[in-house]
Design a binder for this molecule. Sequence first.
Ligand code: AHR
Length: 616
Amino acid sequence: LFVDASTGSSRPIPDTLFGIFFEEINHAGAGGLWAELVSNRGFEAGGPNVPSNINPWAIIGNETSLIVSTDRSSCFDRNKVALRMEVLCDSQDTNICPSEGVGIYNPGFWGMNIEQGKSYKVVFYVRSTDAINIDVSLTGSNGLQLLASANIVAPASDVSDWTRMEVLLEAKGTNHNSRLQLTTTQKGVIWFDQVSAMPMDTYKGHGFRNELFQMLADIKPRFIRFPGGCFVEGEWLRNAFRWKETIGPWEERPGHFGDVWMYWTDDGFGHFEFLQLAEDLNALPVWVFNNGIGHQDQVDTASVLPFVQEALDGIEFARGDPSSKWGSVRAEMGHPEPFNLKYVAVGNEDCGKKNYRGNYLKFYDAIKRTYPDIQIISNCDGSSRLLDHPADFYDFHVYTSASNLFSMAHQFDRTSRIGPKAFVSEYAVTGKDAGTGSLYAALAEAAFLIGLEKNSDIVQMASYAPLFVHANDRRWNPDAIVFNSSHAYGTPSYWVQRFFAESSGATLLNSTLKTNSSKSLIASAITWQSEDSETYLRIKFVNLGNSSVYLSIIVNGLDSNSKLIGSTKTVLTSTNLMDENSFMQPGKVAPNQTDLLIGALNKINVVVQPFSLTSF
Ligand code: AHR
């Protein structure tokens, strides 16, 4: 491999090149990164009409001890459904309640992770015609292991109207499959609404599950695209993600049924929280909004103005002055400083739809008029022909086999360099090559990313998809991070992302590979600066062939102050190409770092293992 490190042939890689795409799919947010433990906290998931399905809430007791139903008596205007619990037994009655009480429980998202010594804030709204005496407890999945509890007592006069209750529970045991119980041994009628249980130790108290947040931070993403994907579109527009329904106090948010990925979200993870996540990750937010188009229906261009106004308002919410209408709402939510929103995408995968171009232009004109600096991303692919409409970026999505993606490392070699830049906002190997996250898929993705590094004059942003999957709700396969209530691991595709953490903002060096293995080998060379301003050289190879490749790396023109590579070699490989990670073996396919002994800095002899991604 010949590497020319002289400044004349090098070129800067955009600061934004590698980021992440967060979609509410596979319970990525609700039950995932968003740490809320209660699922369906407002009892709205069965829809706005009553009687309503309260799933996954369930009843403790039987028909002789209590009657549980729903009505529309909530104090929250946008989510009227409340739970009514008529307790028929009593501790002082002939119909004696069981000693553990009767009531309701919520198992969270396939079990709550409760950990010894940690604290959980439980908030709920209650109303009753009688005095109340309620036990709030965290227990094992069958209610037997008591992990934490508090007793709430109030006279009828205090709870005759909706009243907010809050308790802090400290767990005295650990159980990854726990539940939250609200029980009583006292006759009467009690209404419940908006029941929340939040761990106290979320990232900066912002509500993000710590270890999942950390896995994202370790990728060092330069941007985060959110909140979808198809989630933004909805199968039907009435079920699309609409940002105004997801802001303000969590109790007042209506929640919605995401009818593409077919699950309910309470929308605790809303527009504000996405922007906060971006800020916490030090990543630029890339907001994808609905452009009046769902999978099955669309708004005519003549009627799209309310959607345009909604997008403008969403931008004002993110970055408007705190004295502006929507900026003031953001400030009230605790963030007076504007978020750094500079990129928006008009819809997702809607280019082929009848009204896309017409609608797009309305958004484009209105946004550029009000916010000329905002970069606008079109859904139409401009890689093979020029767009017929103005845009700063065009979206490019690819899900394909490993061999296709490997060869797509050259996809942008011949793309026109004039016009909008490319944003590869979704890519992955899917199908049989991918299993549920194979080494094979990851290596092809790494080769594709090396191709993007080399074409980063035109491809300025790229993100893998999807990011997360809850192991109990796999709606899309494969994904970068697999988790359940308590554990998480990265698929090999996740680990590939880590190899590219230093690429954004680095310098791409001209490199030429001379080998007989060129059909299965690809390489790139960059220099990048560490936080202490040292310059490092990094060379990455993907070898998708089944034999080792022996190479000399010859580097010319390297600044004598540059640190070599040299000291370490990091390899992602495994015994079999289809090997995967799992909860049992989370590190089966993970990078392995070893010391590398090198001689002269300008000529290094290396061995690149079969089926590997190697970085020197
Ligand atoms: O990443 C999963 C889905 O794939 C996204 O929601 C959509 O944009 C694409 O079709």
